[in-house]
Design a protein around this ligand. Structure first.
Ligand code: ZN
Ligand code: ZN
Length: 154
């Protein structure tokens, strides 16, 4: 990655900066993500909420129901409504949408999840772990990320 990568919405009202590397990068093939993005999958950078520095605008949280009955908060630009990041169960972490980075080219998925609903024309690389549903964080995340996550949770 570059140092302190930046990103934002389409109209430019919302801008953010990532204060460090992500903890982990998900490529999610679940049907919720397909529906939300109108695409085949989403690439999310998992990172501590306090490491997503909003430098312009105020992303507005929108409650969105998921297929499992839970709610997800998607933070959108109040003007152009582009989604920049999500919050799932824990407010200490953000799932930043990789495509909103000014330069998303350095982002590589660390894991593919919910491949049970992966579209058949997407071929996954052998070198990246893939799971039908989800995975065990303790087994996959680097020690440094686990340590950071523990610190974030207090
Ligand atoms: Zn905008
Ligand atoms: Zn998903």
């Amino acid at each position: 990655m570059g140092s302190s990568p930046e990103g934002g919405c389409s109209c430019g009202a919302v801008r953010y900066r990532l204060a460090s590397d992500p903890l982990f990068v998900h490529c999610c093939h679940c049907l919720n993500c397909q529906r939300q993005t109108g695409s085949a999958f989403v690439v999310n950078l998992l990172i501590e909420t306090d490491r997503v520095e909003v430098v312009a605008g105020e992303p507005r949280p929108v409650e969105v129901p998921r297929d499992d009955g839970s709610m997800q908060r998607i933070f959108r630009c109040p003007d152009c409504h582009v989604a920049v990041y999500s919050e799932y169960t824990r407010p200490e972490f953000r799932f930043v949408r990789a495509g909103t980075l000014d330069d998303p080219s350095w982002v590589r998925p660390d894991v593919h999840i919910f491949t049970r609903s992966k579209v058949p024309w997407v071929t996954l690389p052998e070198s990246v772990p893939a799971f039908d549903v989800y995975y065990d964080t303790n087994e996959l995340w680097p020690a440094e990320s686990l340590e950071r996550a523990r610190a974030a949770l207090g």
